[in-house]
Design a binder for this molecule. Structure first.
Ligand code: F6P
Length: 542
């Protein structure tokens, strides 16, 4: 953030919003809609093939004007250009943030340290494509000459959630002859389940790790190698059954994977932004290079929309500003992501890492503590399942939980009745949340007086509705980029670094120490707190 930009809570635009919030205390969605029959049209936008209706939010045209002014005052425009231009905006790690370069067209030029990175991006995409085609076409064979039937992707966090989520989302487009599985947890149950019933002769492992030093991934990869060598009886089999995706050639080699079978990416790709890099290899093998390219085109379309569209009509910016309105001016602590699409079953989990690892920060770029709330808790489940679980709290609980409803106009199956019912529920839930049911309406339907309050819905509970025509690779790419840029925009406004993740380090270091203590032959000298000491001792006794 440049020196001449004031601290967030000292910006006049920040204070103007606080005053505006005080004037808006009595705002009612019922009234806003009653007073303006064009509200839905006015507060809907399209971009990169996505449609966003944000009319069911507790805001007026004035709110939006003030929020956009805040974004301008925080230098969002310049920060967007800095990110796309390859500036080292990840200041605590001294790195550029260039996931957008992963989907840049072949003829683009984006420089990091004076070097155009786009040719390298496309060289890796080409290698991935050739490899995926060979596996899919049966030309890449296992050690015993068998065709590959199972792909097991090993990774964790950003090296797992993206491909796992996207494989699930795009399963309608995947090769039915190839079974793709994911292993992430160091809990051996995960590995055991993923490899259960698999024949090593027809199984390919893709080990994904930016650093190639992550405990979980390396433990699972070693177990996989042992499983394979035990099954095929020859160390040499590893060459035909293991490929790696990493930035760390030396560690890949020392693990025993031929660097010829390594797909590279770069330090300027954050883990949680890495699906469109070689980390997406398992997905590309499943859906094919062409479909993968369509997904990249969807990402790219949203990148362009984000970069080129005025903030008032800019989908990621609008989502970000609306989120800030609730987090910083209405005390909302969380936000729910509710895809009405079973294929997006892992989308909320994916967004949890994207948002919470990015914006779960307590200090500003200069290291000073923030005096305002930053990233929300992100959670959610697909509808309609969620309706029968946690929606009660959304409708009648005491907490404000802004919701994002996500749906597709066309289903990815041949059961149209199901789809009509699914979408009817999506539209009904946002309507019920926004407009509720007053006590008078409850009474007038003949409900006995003592139940009236129990059956009253306060309404005024905000939501966005995001619709895609169909959950195609293009739509998925655009949807992911929408949230990437939303998170970025919020980070800029809050004045934090959205691209580091020091907060996960302490637990990792402590786990290493405790692992040694759990495994030590002799009784270790435990110097933790009394609770941790007792837990370790109890585990060791058994
Ligand atoms: O959990 C921290 C983290 O560093 C994530 O940011 C990252 O996505 C994940 O671990 C996996 O890291 P790697 O790809 O280096 O194995």
């Amino acid at each position: 953030m440049s020196e001449d930009i004031a601290q967030l809570d000292q910006c006049p635009e920040w204070e103007a919003l606080a005053r505006h919030r005080d004037r808006m205390r009595e705002i009612s969605l019922r009234r806003l809609f009653a007073e303006d029959s064009g509200r839905a049209d006015a507060l809907s936008v399209e971009g990169a093939g996505l449609f966003l209706d944000y009319s069911k939010n507790l805001l007026s045209a004035e709110t939006l004007r003030l929020l956009v002014a805040l974004a301008e005052a925080r230098g969002l425009r310049a920060r967007i250009e800095a990110m796309f231009g390859g500036d080292k905006i990840n200041s605590t790690e001294g790195r550029a943030v260039l996931h957008t370069a992963l989907r840049a067209p072949r003829d683009a030029a984006i420089e990091v340290d004076g070097e155009n990175v786009v040719p390298a991006v496309h060289a890796v995409l080409d290698r991935m494509g050739a490899f995926a085609d060979r596996v899919r076409g049966g030309l890449w064979r296992g050690f015993r000459g068998d065709r590959i039937r199972h792909v097991v992707s090993i990774g964790i966090g950003g090296s797992d959630l993206g491909p796992a989520m996207a494989y699930r989302a795009l399963r309608a487009h995947a090769d039915p002859e190839l079974d793709v599985r994911f292993v992430s947890n160091v809990d051996g149950a995960d590995f055991a389940a993923a490899c259960s019933g698999l024949d090593p002769a027809t199984t390919l492992f893709i080990v994904c790790s930016k650093t190639f030093t992550t405990l979980e991934t390396l433990t699972n990869a070693r177990t996989a190698r042992q499983w394979l060598v035990d099954g095929l009886g020859d160390e040499a089999a590893v060459a035909k059954h293991f490929v790696a995706v990493s930035t760390n050639r030396a560690e890949v080699e020392s693990f025993g994977i031929d660097p010829a079978n390594m797909f590279e990416f770069w330090e300027w790709v954050g883990g949680r932004y890495s699906l469109p890099s070689a980390i997406g290899l398992s997905l590309m093998v499943a859906i094919g290079p062409e479909r993968f390219g369509e997904m990249l085109a969807g990402f790219r379309a949203m990148d362009q929309h984000f970069r080129d569209t005025p903030f008032e009509r800019n989908l990621p910016v609008l989502l970000a500003l609306i989120g800030i309105w609730y987090a910083n001016y209405h005390g909302a602590e969380s936000t729910a992501v509710l895809p009405y699409h079973q294929d997006l079953a892992r989308f909320a989990a994916y967004l949890q890492q994207l948002d919470m690892e990015s914006n779960g920060k307590r200090v500003q770029l200069d290291g000073e503590p923030v005096q305002w709330q930053t990233g929300p808790i992100v959670w959610g489940e697909p509808g309609t399942n969620g309706q029968h679980a946690f929606f009660q709290l959304l409708h009648q609980g005491t907490k404000l939980v802004p919701c994002d409803f996500i749906g597709a106009i066309e289903p990815s199956h041949d059961l149209p009745l199901h789809h009509d019912l699914l979408m009817a529920n999506l539209f009904a839930q946002s309507e019920a949340l926004a407009f509720g049911k007053t006590s008078d309406e409850v009474r007038s339907s003949g409900i006995e007086e003592e139940l009236v309050q129990h059956r009253t819905f306060p309404g005024n509970r905000p939501s966005n509705t995001i619709l895609v025509d169909a959950l195609t690779p293009h739509a998925l790419g655009a949807l992911i980029a929408l949230y990437e840029h939303k998170v970025f925009t919020q980070g800029v406004i809050w004045g934090i670094n959205s691209f580091d993740q020091w907060g996960v380090e302490l637990g990792k270091v402590l786990a290493g120490k405790i692992a040694a203590e759990l495994q030590s032959e002799s009784d270790p000298d435990l110097d933790h707190d009394s609770s941790t000491n007792a837990l370790i001792a109890r585990y060791r006794r058994h």
